[in-house]
Design a protein around this ligand. Sequence first.
Ligand SMILES: N[C@@H](CCC(=O)N[C@@H](CS)C(=O)NCC(=O)O)C(=O)O
Length: 190
Amino acid sequence: MKLIGSTTSPYVRRIRILLDEERYEFINLDIYGEGRDELRRNNPTLKIPVLEDEGQEIYDSRIIARYVSAKQGRDPLTWDQQNQLTMIDGANDSAVTLLLSEKSGIDTHQDVMFHKLQRERIATTLKVLAEMVQEGKFEEWNYPAICLYCLIDWLDFRNLEDFAGVESLLAFRDSHKDKPWVAQTDPRNS
Ligand SMILES: N[C@@H](CCC(=O)N[C@@H](CS)C(=O)NCC(=O)O)C(=O)O
C-alpha cells in the first residue's frame, strides 16, 4: 500500500491516522513545488491524498477512508456521520481556498462575495460542530472524530481561525493531541 500526500495536508493526515499500524509507504510531496510532476502522474484532479493498493489507485480522502475502513472491517458510516464529514469537508475546503488565495497575494478580508461566502461557511459549520462536541457526538475516536481533529488542528496551525465562540473545538483537539498517531503526524514537526 502506498499513500501519496504531504505532511501538512489535513486530508492526508486523517488517512495517516486511520491507517494506524498498517504497513504502507508514505510519499511526502511538495504539490506546489518540486512534487507537482509526481502529482500530475498520479491524480488528474491534482489533489492529495491518493492511495495505491494492489494495482488500484483511489483519489479523495472520503473514498480512501471507505476503502481502508472496509479492509479493516470497520462498520460503514451512518448518515449522520456522513453529514458530519460533509460539514468538516465544507469548512476545510473553504479554509484551503482562503489559504490559497492569501498565498496568491489576494487579501481575503476585502468585502468580496466569494471570500465572504467561504468565511460564512466556515463559521456556520464550526458552530454546529462545536455544539455537537458539547453534546458528546464526537466522544468516540472514530473516522469523523479523526477528521474533526485534523481540521481544527490545521486551522490552528495555519492561524486561519480564532475559535471565538467555538472554544469546545479547541478543548476537543487538546483532549486527543497526545494519541500516538496524532502526535506523530503533527504538521508542526514536519
Ligand atoms: N476532497 C478532497 C480534498 C483534498 C484537498 O483539497 N487536498 C489539498 C491539500 S490540503 C490539495 O490537494 N489541494 C490542491 C489544490 O487545491 O490545488 C479529499 O478529501 O481528498
